[in-house]
Design a protein around this ligand. Structure first.
Ligand code: PLP
Length: 454
């Protein structure tokens, strides 16, 4: 189905956060943060369709962030809306009781898991990526009888006590402690800013070897490790496409040491990278996978999908979340999977092919720019580094990143930043975006970059 909507390049005029938001929404506090001007958004969204979002003044923006990689099939997809209408008339939730939609979704997910999990797994359901992380941590501890969890520098797995302990971002953690004990951090293979040496060629191998060394050496603190949790492609930490060896070696190390490998597919999963799950690019099968965002799409849904071999090792105590038997969210997920896997539109393969074209076009723009540098990623999961100086790779100052993002909003395109220094631009539109709208969005982004650069 072709999705079209007008794009009006009007200036965004409404100020965000409005006074009402500041009074009553906790989230509004972050818009005042002096340390993260790049997240300062000004858009109030009133409606959305496809890759378009509209503010109360009638301005339509191209959303190259798909609501933080959530609306992978585009907002308010007609098949999703129809599924909600149809289900709403019959049953919306069955808290405390199983309903058919949950079983159907668990079966469907099992059928679309990477080979190695496919048909051999069971799923726990939740309503946010954060909840999925907490549950995966808990399951790993129960299954192994061990207590430590290894995560990576730059990782983001959510906002609860366990998941916050797994992030190295101080501004997320500060003042919320004490967080979960036993969280350890290792370097993620971020080749562009490799921890060893900017030009070191084997960053993936060295990061994995370093982890293995920490696990094998007494007195390094890693002596009771239940799981390694890793984003197949690191999202918030900078839209990083790690070398294949990195994840493959993690898999081998975990298997050899009886440690569970949890792969977090919350942001990179659901077709965005040109495969259903990003881990499939690396041929790595996790013991548990966490997923959320793009599977539930417009409604909140998450899950932990676990290999069957661990089923008997989990305690019998129920870990059900009251709201998770939500039939509306389940039918939306089923519709999303139908749309993503529809052989006629072939959205996932389209993302792989068109994403590669877009990456090449962005690289050409970067070659002519003094502040746009590395362009990387797969499919519609593309990261672009903004730097103050290409020779030293010094990140662009937060103020200038913020200026670019705000100019983008004025020009009618929604783009988000991420990364350890807030200086990585992440390009992650809905998979249904038209080629013309994608290119128009990037043209506006390039204009904003050029204006701030000069
Ligand atoms: N894991 C990853 C990789 C994420 O990107 C996010 C959110 O951005 C989460 C977990 C947490 O998900 P949620 O915001 O739904 O709690």
């Amino acid at each position: 189905a072709s999705l079209s909507y007008p794009v009006m390049p009007q200036m965004v005029s409404n100020e965000f956060p409005g006074r009402r938001a500041q009074e009553v929404i906790q989230r509004a506090l972050q818009f005042q943060s002096p340390t993260r001007p790049s997240v300062k958004g000004r858009i109030v969204v009133e409606s959305g369709y496809g890759a378009g979002i509209q503010d109360p003044d009638g301005n339509i923006l191209i959303d190259l962030s798909a609501g933080v990689a959530v609306s992978n099939v585009g907002r308010n997809h007609p098949r999703v809306v129809a599924a909600i209408r149809d289900q709403a008339e019959r049953l919306m939730h069955s808290a405390g009781l199983v309903n058919e939609t949950t079983v159907a979704l668990a079966e469907r997910l099992s059928a679309c898991m990477p080979e190695g999990l496919r048909g051999e797994c069971f799923t726990w359901f939740g309503m946010s990526g954060s909840a999925a992380t907490e549950t995966a941590i808990k399951f790993a501890k129960a299954i192994t009888g061990r207590s430590q969890i290894i995560a990576f520098e730059g990782a983001y797995h959510g906002v609860f006590h366990g998941s916050l302990a797994l992030t190295t971002r101080e501004n997320f953690r500060e003042k919320f402690g004490p967080l979960m004990p036993g969280a350890l951090h290792m370097p993620y293979a971020y080749c562009y800013r490799c921890f060893v040496d900017l030009k070191y060629p084997d960053c993936g191998v060295s990061c994995a070897k370093y982890l293995d060394y920490k696990l094998s050496t007494p007195n390094t603190g890693a002596d009771d490790v239940a799981a390694v949790i890793v984003e197949s492609m690191q999202a918030d930490g900078g839209y990083i496409d790690p070398p294949v060896e990195f994840l493959q070696m993690l898999r081998e190390i975990c298997t050899r040491r009886g440690i569970l490998l949890i792969i977090d597919e919350v942001q990179a999963g659901a077709g965005r990278t040109g495969k259903m799950w990003a881990s499939e690019h690396f041929g790595v099968v996790p013991d548990m996978m966490t997923w959320a965002k793009g599977i539930g799409g417009d409604l909140p849904l998450s899950g932990v999908t676990v290999h069957k071999r661990y089923q008997d090792k989990l305690p019998l105590a129920s870990q059900v979340i009251t709201g998770a038997e939500n039939a509306l969210a389940n039918v939306v997920a089923l519709a999303n999977l139908d749309i993503l896997l529809d052989p006629q539109d072939n959205l996932i393969e389209r993302a792989a092919l068109f994403g590669a074209e877009i990456k090449a076009e962005l690289a050409a723009i970067a070659a002519d720019s003094a502040i746009l540098d590395d362009v990387r990623g797969r499919g519609f999961f593309i990261g672009v580094e903004l730097v103050a100086d290409k020779a030293t790779r010094k990140p662009l100052e937060p103020k200038r990143v913020g200026a670019i993002l705000q100019r983008c909003e004025q020009l009618g395109v929604r783009i988000m930043a991420c990364g350890r220094y807030g200086s990585t631009i992440r390009i992650m539109p809905p998979l249904t975006i038209t080629k013309a709208h994608f290119r128009e969005g990037l043209r506006r982004f390039a204009q904003a970059v050029s204006e701030v650069e000069h």
